[in-house]
Design a protein around this ligand. Structure first.
Ligand code: ATP
Length: 587
């Protein structure tokens, strides 16, 4: 196929302002393209050589392009640069210089799409010493055989300036019309794209095997599936009504979404935007290698930052430190992670995207062997607003953003690339940020594991309730303790240890070790939240709820000057909660 055929269509597309006309032009181009190169033509019309997830760009610098143009046209680089400044576009500049080329080349061969693609591909892959010279030579080689119009589009393509504005959706329309028998085929074609993110492969399959091929189109390991997204509602009543009175509710972990592709020993991770982010998470890959039992799989989950010592979840912001390109080893140590898996889209040769939620969840449970760091998202089946609300508060307290409520119906397929009502997220509208420290009484402890074996993993802390003269739990705190603190805490607390919960302590949690209320510690948290678990100010703001501190951290201050009754009171916490309550403003 001659490259001039593409260049002519580009020119027409550029001059149209109507989407329909653009689609028609594309339909004609695709119809006239030999099927064996239709994938390449599709990539080229979007200024690419591969689907985005491959992460390979042509990315030629303007300087190099000018050099190649000078070589091919016989003009001086300075003259080209001057003209570039005036026209502001490398394409038009090229067109102009190629048209006034001093001397016609005698051995000019017509450019074919195959040749252009192959050369651009070599340019994209050239690396190491001499790569710049090689790229310049390749490019001037194409330009030497190009007409002025062809030169214009080749140069725009290689410098990333093609910008014809052909969106993915336009290509899908055009494919449905050109090879699927009409617009009715669009939905099927779109699904194929949604489960492969590869317009080129979709084009090839439909051009070669028609709609039947598209019907048989399946998930392929290594090609990211476009993510299913959730709608949002702000009350459990509305959510249950929308989902038919019953739903699966899962913790909405606050981290980064990952799509795991496993092919034997090889594991690739894709981000929500379908970028290959395997390099950022060598530790996640190692964990998954050990814990995913299926030989081949596509699974989804959330990577969450956790505290190295206590294992508690950290905020999303902490995870963002992992975005640094360098010193991955160091950031890996400083910001360890856990994985919470929530969907299975393909397992051991079976495409599960069209199976209902429960089938996929069961497949997930079979495919993943859970351990300390790789877990399956916590979930319940809820059929009352109260159950849902309780689970929601528990999720928030645990460090999550809220819940994702999922349809249990037979139609609850994985809607790749769609934000729909099969998943509904339930996040908070309000939050009460903590700005002051509080002084809390140690009433219990949980044994540590790993590095903390022999000392405490976390302490159970309480406020003082004046009216009832009791201590009410408000948080579990395992962060902020230095090695020295951890060494001396058992010594400070052991003398207060009890066989059972102290009579003046109100707690629904079962600590491993109980203490007589004595030691007061200063703590700062991220926010105060309603809690179905902690007893601080129970029922005073909402029936069945107490208050808890999220993301608590010991400041290092032992308040030895304070008696337990001098600790922050439950009433003060209520006041803090109300005073700091603010509407969350976000997209
Ligand atoms: P948000 O900023 O609220 O995460 P979003 O547009 O990225 O919005 P949504 O589909 O609206 O994504 O919300 C679901 C997101 O929540 C997923 O993209 C995923 O990253 C995250 N998530 C955490 N836990 C779960 C879970 N159990 N099931 C599904 N998604 C979950």
């Amino acid at each position: 196929m001659y490259y001039s055929a593409i260049a002519d269509v580009y020119e027409k597309i550029e001059s149209t302002t109507k989407r329909l006309e653009m689609t028609d032009l594309l339909v004609n181009l695709l119809k006239n393209t030999p099927t064996n190169i239709i994938d390449k033509v599709v990539y080229l019309t979007q200024g690419k050589l591969y689907p985005d997830f491959m992460g390979l760009e042509i990315g030629i610098a303007e300087k190099l392009a000018i050099k190649a143009l000078a070589r091919a046209s016989g003009a001086k680089e300075t003259a080209i640069e001057e003209e570039m400044k005036k026209l502001g576009d490398i394409g038009e500049t090229a067109q102009k210089f190629m048209a006034s080329k001093k001397q016609a080349t005698f051995f000019q061969q017509p450019l074919t799409v195959e040749k252009v693609y192959e050369t651009l591909d070599k340019m994209a892959k050239a690396s190491g010493t001499g790569a710049i010279d090689q790229k310049t030579a390749y490019l001037s080689g194409i330009l030497a055989n190009a007409s002025p119009k062809e030169a214009k589009y080749v140069l725009r393509t290689v410098t990333g300036n093609l910008r014809l504005g052909i969106a993915d959706m336009t290509v899908l329309d055009a494919l449905a019309i050109a090879y699927g028998g009409g617009k009715e085929a669009r939905e099927l074609v779109e699904r194929a794209y949604n489960i492969s993110s590869d317009l080129g492969r979709v084009a090839k399959v439909i051009a070669e095997n028609g709609l039947e091929g598209i019907r048989r189109f399946e998930v392929s390991i290594g090609e990211p599936i476009r993510p299913m997204l959730a709608e949002r509602l702000s009350s459990p009543e509305e959510i249950l009504e929308k989902l038919g009175g019953k739903c699966a509710a899962e913790y909405k972990y606050d981290g980064e979404r990952i799509q795991v592709h496993k092919n034997g020993e090889e594991i690739t991770l894709f981000s929500r935007r379908l970028e290959n982010i395997s390099k950022q998470y060598p530790d996640a890959i190692k964990l998954l290698k050990n814990q995913v039992k299926a030989k081949t799989a596509v699974l989804e989950g959330e990577v969450v930052a956790v505290d190295a010592d206590s294992g508690e979840m950290k905020t999303f912001q902490e995870l963002m430190h992992r975005k640094r390109k360098y010193e991955i080893e160091k950031t890996m140590e400083e910001y360890p992670i856990s994985l919470f898996m929530f969907d299975a889209l393909y397992v051991d040769g079976k495409d599960l995207t069209l199976k209902p939620y429960l089938t996929r969840r069961q497949a997930l449970e079979k495919a993943v062997k859970q351990d300390e760091k790789v877990k399956i998202a916590k979930s319940i089946t809820a059929s009352s607003p109260e159950e849902l609300e309780r689970f929601f508060l528990e999720a928030i307290e645990f460090g999550c953003e809220g819940l994702v409520c999922k349809s249990l119906s037979e139609e609850s397929v994985y809607q790749a690339g769609t934000r729909g009502w099969l998943w509904i997220k339930y996040k908070r509208d309000y939050k009460s940020e903590m700005t002051d420290t509080v002084d809390l009484v140690v009433v219990g402890a949980f044994r540590g594991r790993g590095k903390r074996a022999g000392t405490y993993g976390a302490l159970l802390l309480a406020t003082y309730d004046i009216e009832e003269d009791v201590f009410q739990t408000i948080t579990k705190c395992g962060t902020g303790f230095t090695d020295t603190d951890l060494a001396k805490l058992p010594e400070m607390l052991e003398k207060h240890a009890l066989e059972h919960k102290h009579a003046r302590v109100q707690s629904t949690l079962e600590a491993d070790i109980w203490f007589e209320p004595a030691l007061v510690l200063e703590v700062l948290g991220a926010e105060i939240t309603l809690s179905p678990i902690h007893t601080c100010a129970m029922d005073s703001l909402r029936k069945g709820s107490g208050l808890a501190i999220r993301f608590p951290r010991f400041t290092g201050n032992y308040r030895l000057d304070k008696a337990p009754e001098d600790a922050t009171t439950s009433a003060e916490i209520v006041e803090m909660y109300n005073k700091q309550l603010k509407k969350i403003t976000e997209a």
